[in-house]
Write a protein that binds this ligand. Structure first.
Ligand code: C2E
Ligand code: CA
Ligand code: CA
Ligand code: CA
Length: 277
């Protein structure tokens, strides 16, 4: 801004000041949200493509402020990451999902696989393996029915640390999934060194699958290569019967998406699980 005059400069600082104030306001709001227990989990069913059976659920964080509309995680997770609040929030998510798994088991349902998203800072900046071990012991959650999802970009940010943490989690019997696969420019071959169980094909590829030959080719290649590496493949964001039919023909293992169900509150998932669909 040098040489552009004092007005420009003061406008600039006022703008930055407003941003900083908004940042602090949101940070305070997130901190209070934790204390006031304004967070909740919704669950989206993960469906076996062959049988149509719900094989598990993904836990998705929601923020319901007392007197305002529900806030989407896309709108507050980046800030929670920046401020470090993602650590206590993420711990709450893990605890709540594990307690839910135990509650469903105690209510007589067959075991339900619960998938939980881990953010970059949670996964790389904190001893997440120790945290998970502590919560498993505290809740009695079955690690064999817990999946932790991390994005491809988090893996590639620090592959050595990621492999070490994943090794410790896998040793506890927890399964690991790569989320948003295809968006991070890593090769499937580079995944070989990580103890991964599943790949989740990003919604952006599934969206245009039936119109865009390139996306279809990418999806076919990911499914084929993943299977050759003995990985389970889940398609995200399946919205239409045509997409489902295509994925089924290509041998994709599971799917999630509005075609089957949006993320819903725990009671509604429980009803689906009881109905066996
Ligand atoms: P994600 O892990 O890729 O989750 C899938 C997102 O796609 C969810 O958005 C889900 O509601 C949405 N979705 C599912 N099926 C469809 C579909 O058929 N069509 C469309 N258009 N969307 C679909 P949501 O719940 O808003 O979450 C957004 C992102 O926020 C998640 O993306 C994840 O990265 C993050 N997130 C959610 N919960 C948590 C959490 O507990 N911890 C962390 N670290 N991140 C979370
Ligand atoms: Ca996910
Ligand atoms: Ca995803
Ligand atoms: Ca995504």
């Amino acid at each position: 801004s040098k040489g552009q005059g004092g007005n420009h400069y003061s406008f600039y600082t006022a703008e930055m000041g407003a941003q900083a104030v908004e940042h602090l306001r949101m940070e305070g709001a997130l901190q209070r949200a934790l204390q006031r227990q304004e967070f909740l989990l919704h669950y989206q069913p993960v469906v076996d493509i062959g049988s149509g059976v719900v094989t598990g659920v993904e836990a998705l964080l929601r923020w319901q402020p007392q007197d305002r509309a529900m806030v989407s995680p896309a709108d507050f997770i980046p800030l929670a990451e920046e401020t470090g609040l993602i650590v206590p929030i993420g711990e709450w998510v893990l605890l709540t999902a594990m307690e839910q798994q135990v509650a469903w088991r105690q209510s007589g349902l067959p075991p339900v696989r619960i998938s939980v998203n881990l953010s970059a800072r949670q996964f790389l900046g904190q001893d997440v393996a120790q945290c998970v071990a502590g919560l498993l012991a505290r809740t009695g959650c079955d690690p064999g029915y817990l999946t932790l999802e991390i994005t491809e970009s988090v893996l590639m940010e620090n592959p050595i640390a990621a492999a070490e943490t994943m090794g410790r989690l896998a040793a506890m019997g927890v399964q690991l999934a790569i989320d948003d696969f295809g968006t991070g420019y890593s090769s499937l071959a580079s995944l070989k060194r990580f103890p991964i169980h599943s790949l989740k094909i990003d919604r952006s590829f599934v969206m245009d699958l039936t119109q865009d030959a390139d996306d279809a080719a990418i999806v076919n290649a990911v499914i084929a290569l993943a299977h050759s590496m003995k990985l389970n493949v889940i398609a995200e964001g399946v919205e239409t019967g045509e997409q489902l039919a295509y994925l089924s023909k290509q041998g994709c293992d599971q799917m999630q998406g509005y075609h089957f169900s949006r993320p819903v509150e725990p009671g509604r998932i429980e009803a689906m699980l009881r109905a066996g669909r």
